[in-house]
Design a protein around this ligand. Sequence first.
Ligand code: GSH
Length: 202
Amino acid sequence: MKLIASLTSPFARKIRVLLLEKDIPCELQVDIPWNADTRVPHYNPLGKVPVLLKEDGRPLYDSPVIAEYLDTVITSPQFIPEDRCRAIDVKQLEALADGVVDACVTIFLERKRPPERQDMEWIDRQQGKIEHGLQALEKTLLDGPYLLGEQLTLADIACACALGYLDFRFPDIDWRSEHPRLLAYAEQLFARPSFVKTRPPL
Ligand SMILES: N[C@@H](CCC(=O)N[C@@H](CS)C(=O)NCC(=O)O)C(=O)O
């Protein structure tokens, strides 16, 4: 298997962490979808990373689909529970964390435009999504070391990748002091070898 990814994509990081946690060998093919010579649209018509090339060469996207595929073909350790209702809880939280990342990426791209063409209302709207998303994640953390209790799931990997992306692209957003439960939670996840090995390059 081969993973096509950029080293800074938080969606790709989610898959890279999952591969390491599940100890699945997978070649990494770095491809930056914004570059003129990118091959990503050849595999994903949406032109986005990550893309997983399965053993049979067929491409899979996007990250929730890849994650579900990996957890289906290699069942141990499991990151999406067998129980369908609990699986939906995990995927709901994954969607929430991914939504925070989507809002971050939108702001990052908007800020790359010339200052006079940046839409502040649009940026504020995205900032609201980040803040409300973090509040919802913090609220979920009541009952255990992980979002859904005692077991580390895909929801935690997605959430820590979202927080890591905030650190990487938005060091000015002080989520740690606003969300003390998320802070303690994230620090233990960031210390795992899978997160250390996939830190975005400086
Ligand atoms: N929903 C997609 C989002 C992937 C995504 O937005 N990737 C970004 C990099 S962080 C990308 O490839 N952007 C290129 C583009 O939008 O053209 C997933 O979960 O895989």
